[in-house]
Design a protein around this ligand. Structure first.
Ligand SMILES: Cc1cc2nc3c(=O)[nH]c(=O)nc-3n(C[C@H](O)[C@H](O)[C@H](O)COP(=O)(O)OP(=O)(O)OC[C@H]3O[C@@H](n4cnc5c(N)ncnc54)[C@H](O)[C@@H]3O)c2cc1C
Length: 379
C-alpha cells in the first residue's frame, strides 16, 4: 500500500440502495466501512417505487423506516379489474410502501453520513482487483480526479448493480434469461378515485399496472408487445385510456421510460473475500417490484458475518447464508415470471375465461390472503 491507499474492514463497491443500506447496517455495528460510488451525484432517474414488508423490516433496522414512511404512500389494498369489472380485491397487511428510489437512496445516504460521515466516496470508480486472497481483497479504483487508488478490505462487497464490473472481473458466470415482454412506464397526476390502492387492469391488449406515489401522483406501467423506443406522454396517456377508460393528463407527466426485461443469476455470491449482493448477484424482472427488497435481505443476512471477523473462517455459515439467498432470488424470479405471464395479451374470449377463473378462485378467502402475502414477499 502506498500513500493515499486505504485499508478498511469492509469495502463496498456501489452506493445504490443495497450498498448504502449494507453500509448503514455495518456502520451501526461499529464496522469500519467505506462505500465507493462511481457517480459524483445521485441520479433522479426513476426505477423502484415498491418496498415490501420484509424490506421495510431491514430499513427499520437501518433506522430509516419512519423517515421513508413520512415520504411515501402506504399501499394497503390491491385491486384487479378487467373491462371495468372487479376481478379480485386484496388487503395488504402490513402494507407495502411506495416511495421513489431516489428518495430512498437519499434517506439511506443521509443515515450513513450521520453514522460515518466520510464513509461514502462519490466519484470513485472501481476498475477491478489488485488482489483477492483468503484473508483480504484489494479494489483497484480511480478517484474523482482520475488518480489511481487502492482500497483494501478484510471483505469487499460488490453492490455494483446488474452489470457488475466486479463480478465480471472475478469471472463469476451468470445465468441470463430474456423475456418477450416490454413496458412503457410514466408518472402522471392522479386523476383516479383509487387513492392509495394499487390496481392491475387485466386487459386483452396486455396488463396495465397503476400505483400511487406521494404528492398526488400515480405511476402507470403498460405492457407492450414490442419495445416502444421513443415513448411520449400523449401516446402513453392514449394507451391507458384506450385499455382502461382512465383519463390521464399528458401535460402532468413527470417521468417517462420504456424497458424490456431480463433475469440474471450469478453462479455464486462469494469468491474468497468478495461477496456479491443486490442486482450484482441477481437481477429479477421489475414486474412484481421485488429486486430492491431482495437485495436488502442479502444485506441483512450478510451484515452480521461481514461485521464480525470471528465468522471469517467459518465457511459452512457463509455457504448456508448464500444458499438461502440464492433460493430466495430463484423464487423471486419465478414469481416475477408468473406476474409477467399474467400480463400478456390474450384474445378477448380466452382473457374473459381466464379472468372468470381468477375471480372464482379469489372468492376463497384463504387463497386471497395467500396471494396477498405472496405479492408482498411474505411467503
Ligand atoms: C423500471 C424499474 C422499476 C423497478 N421497480 C422496482 C420496485 O418497485 N421495487 C423493487 O424492489 N425493485 C424494483 N426495481 C429493481 C431495483 O431498481 C433494483 O433491484 C435496485 O436498484 C438494485 O440495487 P443495487 O444497489 O443492487 O444496484 P443499483 O441500483 O444498480 O446500484 C449500483 C450502484 O453501483 C454503482 N457502480 C456501478 N459500477 C461501479 C463501479 N465500477 N465503481 C463504483 N460504483 C459503481 C452505480 O453507479 C450504482 O449507483 C426496478 C427496476 C427497474 C429498472
Amino acid at each position: 500500500m502506498t500513500h493515499g491507499d486505504e485499508q478498511h474492514d469492509v469495502v463496498i463497491v456501489g452506493g445504490g440502495p443495497i450498498g448504502l443500506c449494507l453500509g448503514v447496517l455495518l456502520a451501526q455495528r461499529g464496522t469500519d466501512v467505506v462505500v465507493l460510488e462511481a457517480r459524483s451525484e445521485r441520479t433522479n432517474h426513476s426505477r423502484a417505487i415498491g418496498i415490501h414488508p420484509p424490506g421495510l423490516r431491514v430499513l427499520a433496522a437501518a433506522g430509516v423506516a419512519d423517515a421513508l414512511a413520512a415520504q411515501g404512500v402506504a399501499i394497503s389494498r390491491g385491486a384487479a379489474r378487467s373491462r371495468g369489472r372487479p376481478i379480485a380485491d386484496l388487503a395488504f397487511d402490513p402494507p407495502d410502501l411506495a416511495v421513489p428510489q431516489w428518495r430512498t437512496e437519499g434517506t439511506l445516504e443521509a443515515r450513513l453520513a450521520e453514522l460515518a460521515p466520510t464513509a461514502l466516496r462519490r466519484g470513485v470508480r472501481a476498475a477491478g482487483f489488485a488482489g483477492v486472497g483468503d484473508d483480504a481483497a484489494t479494489v483497484r479504483a480511480t478517484g474523482s480526479a482520475g488518480e489511481p487508488r487502492l482500497f483494501r478490505g478484510r471483505w469487499v462487497v460488490a453492490a455494483d448493480g446488474a452489470r457488475s464490473p466486479l463480478r465480471a472481473a472475478l469471472g463469476i458466470p451468470v445465468q441470463e434469461r430474456g423475456y418477450p415482454d416490454a413496458y412503457v412506464m410514466g408518472d402522471f397526476a392522479d386523476g383516479t378515485a383509487d387513492g392509495s390502492a394499487a390496481v392491475l387492469y387485466l386487459e386483452p391488449e396486455g396488463i396495465i399496472e397503476s400505483f400511487p406515489l406521494p404528492g398526488g401522483v400515480r405511476r402507470w406501467v403498460v405492457h407492450t408487445d414490442t419495445l416502444v423506443t421513443v415513448p411520449t406522454p400523449d401516446a402513453l396517456a392514449a394507451l391507458i385510456e384506450q385499455r382502461t377508460g382512465a383519463a390521464v393528463d399528458p401535460a402532468s407527466n413527470t417521468m417517462l421510460s420504456s424497458f424490456t426485461v431480463r433475469e440474471r443469476l450469478a453462479a455464486s455470491m462469494r469468491r474468497h473475500r468478495v461477496v456479491l449482493v443486490g442486482d450484482a448477484a441477481h437481477e429479477v424482472s421489475p414486474i412484481g417490484g421485488q429486486g430492491m427488497t431482495l437485495g436488502w435481505l442479502d444485506a441483512e443476512a450478510f451484515a452480521p458475518l461481514l461485521a464480525d471477523s470471528g465468522h471469517d473462517d467459518w465457511p459452512e455459515l457463509w455457504d448456508e447464508v448464500e444458499r438461502e439467498r440464492r433460493r430466495a432470488a430463484a423464487e423471486a424470479a419465478h414469481h416475477a415470471a408468473l406476474n409477467m405471464a399474467l400480463g400478456r395479451s390474450l384474445p378477448p374470449k380466452a382473457m374473459a375465461a381466464r379472468n372468470g377463473i381468477i375471480r372464482g378462485l379469489y372468492g376463497l378467502p384463504p387463497l386471497r390472503s395467500w396471494t396477498a402475502r405472496r405479492f408482498t414477499m411474505q411467503t
